[in-house]
Design a protein around this ligand. Structure first.
Ligand SMILES: [Zn+2]
Length: 252
């Protein structure tokens, strides 16, 4: 089985090399690691690929996470991403997040997120890069913005929005990625049930914690397990199709 973890934060994983050995052992051949702010983007660009293994390649993606926008530096951070665009597989993690209490009722904070997201989408569009999108609590705005800007290739990571939003993004040819949260999240399960297998990617968002357990890329097997179960396919078939999907969108 060949697997691809399409969304991780490797710089936050303790004992990264041991985790990557385990990832290689379960058949993961490619991992995309996401930048979320200046510090993380520097690590992703300059250090992540040093952890590549004989059969497991690390691919950098640069972005600004909606929860980590620094208004004073946003121009510099955007410039940094565009200057290094040829060295990255995708633009991400980018998006909108209205979930944070401090943001929910603050139009100014939402506007900063929206402006930054739009500028990042424009960069991706101009340079024909796929995007990895965070949309928690802002699903409709996110889907509508990506459609409006007209980015060609988009993955809505760990998507938990409404079926209406899902259908809009599927109509445009976009993808969603499935995480180990399929073991408990009703919203995420419903999304995967309603998405055809040829539009699903696998990911872990490592090292995010799922019900008390810290994740690592080898846990992409859990995402695979639940996707196969929900789509009533063998794990081998689900692995093959989701890996083909990842190769198609990211152009590996
Ligand atoms: Zn993430």
């Amino acid at each position: 089985m060949e697997l691809i973890d399409t969304h991780t934060h490797l710089e936050s994983i303790e004992q990264i090399d041991e985790a990557l050995i385990r990832a290689e052992q379960v058949g993961i051949t490619k991992i995309i690691t996401m930048g979320v702010d200046q510090k993380s983007n520097l690590w992703v660009l300059n250090e992540s690929t040093q952890h590549t293994r004989p059969n497991l390649k690390i691919y950098p993606s640069l972005g600004i996470h909606p929860g980590w926008i620094d208004e004073q530096r946003v121009d510099v951070d955007l410039k940094f991403i565009e200057e290094n665009i040829d060295q990255i597989i995708a633009v991400g993690e980018i998006g909108l997040d209205y979930w944070y209490k401090a943001v929910r009722k603050d139009e100014q904070k939402k506007n900063l997120q929206r402006q930054t997201f739009r500028r990042l989408l424009e960069i991706a569009k101009k340079h024909k890069k796929p995007v990895s999108i965070h949309s928690r609590g802002a699903w409709t705005d996110c889907v509508d913005t990506v459609i409006e800007i007209g980015v060609k290739k988009a993955v809505f990571h760990w998507f938990t929005g409404s079926l209406n939003d899902l259908n809009k993004l599927l109509d445009k040819g976009y993808y969603v990625s499935a995480t180990p949260a399929l073991s408990y999240s009703k919203e995420h399960i419903s999304i995967i049930e309603n998405t055809p297998l040829d539009r699903i990617l696998l990911e872990t968002d490592s090292p995010v914690t799922y019900q008390g357990e810290t994740s690592e890329p080898s846990h992409v097997l859990k995402a695979l397990h639940y996707v196969a179960e929900l789509k009533k396919e063998k794990e081998e078939t689900a692995a093959q199709i989701t890996t083909e999907n990842a190769k198609r969108i990211f152009g590996f």
